[in-house]
Design a protein around this ligand. Structure first.
Ligand code: NAP
Length: 292
């Protein structure tokens, strides 16, 4: 059987290692990155070929994966004469790993359908470490058979992937994920700040309460660095605010109130004002720590 040929568009913090896992799993991998030096570096590190446009990278591939910044960025790499869509062969599948809107997913699915291609929206969770270690969680939207075709390929970098429903439902699941994170991180920030000020040993506290009902991934993985005011561990505040803005738009359509998320988004805005645009999402505690 011919080797499955795939392309990966966008070799950022997430895409670079994800494309690397595809190569290590034995797929025939083409890559494209806007800053060509990164694609060249990738092709030196892994087996695969770097191309200078998304169209060239996508040409002849069975599946094309995209992982760029936001809706506009996805459109820039997919549309136009040098975009992915122009390079897709008949029946090829486009998978978008970017965290973007459900509307964009529907728009891309319609463009794919018009030209005889399939589309899956597939935002990921698990951060830089999840991408590097190949243990991402992937939330997908699209047709069941198409999902079944791409799932074994995504297994190269996923611990778990699930079809949530039709096109757009992967993005909606990611919105729910980000809503959860906002509240959990704010709660943890308040608890740690309270505990420090009240004279508790925060290491002992976390060791103890993480085993009970208050435990969370954020508590296990971020408490120690939050207490020290260290915020260089992956998902940036700028990205989080982009994701929350997408969630607010979607929530309006369903009359779903997000009071706590709205409040936390305001706190993230204050973190940006402190210069924390690239700090990770656990930096909410900085606002509480700086008070006299
Ligand atoms: P990143 O490191 O900033 O990388 C973004 C990638 O997209 C780069 O390869 C960049 O190319 C490319 N890009 C951006 N705009 C483009 C455009 N208009 N045209 C062509 N290429 C463009 O971002 P990331 O952390 O990998 O995140 C990628 C996506 O995954 C985002 O939607 C993010 O929300 C989501 N995500 C990230 C994390 C995380 O922990 N980082 C976790 C889950 C989900 P250049 O190299 O030329 O800049």
């Amino acid at each position: 059987m011919a080797k499955v040929k795939v392309a990966f568009i966008g070799l950022g913090v997430m895409g670079y290692p994800m494309a690397g896992h595809l190569s290590k799993a034995g797929f025939d991998v083409n890559v494209y990155n806007r800053t060509a030096a990164k694609a060249e570096q990738w092709a030196k590190e892994y087996q695969g070929t770097a191309y200078s446009t998304p169209k060239e990278a996508a040409t002849g591939c069975d599946v094309v994966f995209v992982c760029v910044g936001n809706d506009q960025d996805v459109l820039q790499v997919c549309e136009g004469e040098n975009g992915v869509l122009a390079g897709l062969k008949s029946a090829a599948i486009l998978v978008d790993h970017t965290t973007a809107s459900a509307e964009l997913a529907k728009q891309l699915a319609a463009s794919c359908e018009q030209q005889g291609n399939d589309f899956i929206d597939a935002p990921v969770s698990g951060g830089q470490a999840g991408a590097e270690n190949g243990v991402l969680t992937i939330m997908c939207g699209g047709d069941e058979q198409v999902f079944k075709n791409v799932q074994p390929i995504m297994d190269a970098y996923a611990r778990f992937s699930q079809l949530m429903g039709p096109v757009g439902d992967g993005q909606k699941a990611k919105m729910a994920n980000q809503i959860c994170i906002a509240g959990v991180v704010q709660g943890l920030s308040e608890a740690l700040n309270f505990a420090s000020r009240a004279g508790l040993d925060t290491d002992k506290l976390v060791e103890t309460i993480s085993k009970g009902a208050a435990g969370s991934w954020q508590m296990e993985n971020r408490s120690a660095t939050m207490v020290k005011g260290e915020f260089e561990f992956g998902f940036a505040v700028d990205w989080m605010r982009k994701d929350l803005a997408i969630a607010f738009e979607e929530a309006k359509k369903h009359q779903a109130d997000l009071p706590m998320t709205t409040m936390v988004d305001g706190f993230y805005e204050q973190v940006q004002e402190l210069g924390g645009n690239r700090w990770d999402t656990s930096s909410l505690i900085a606002l509480l720590q700086k008070k006299g």
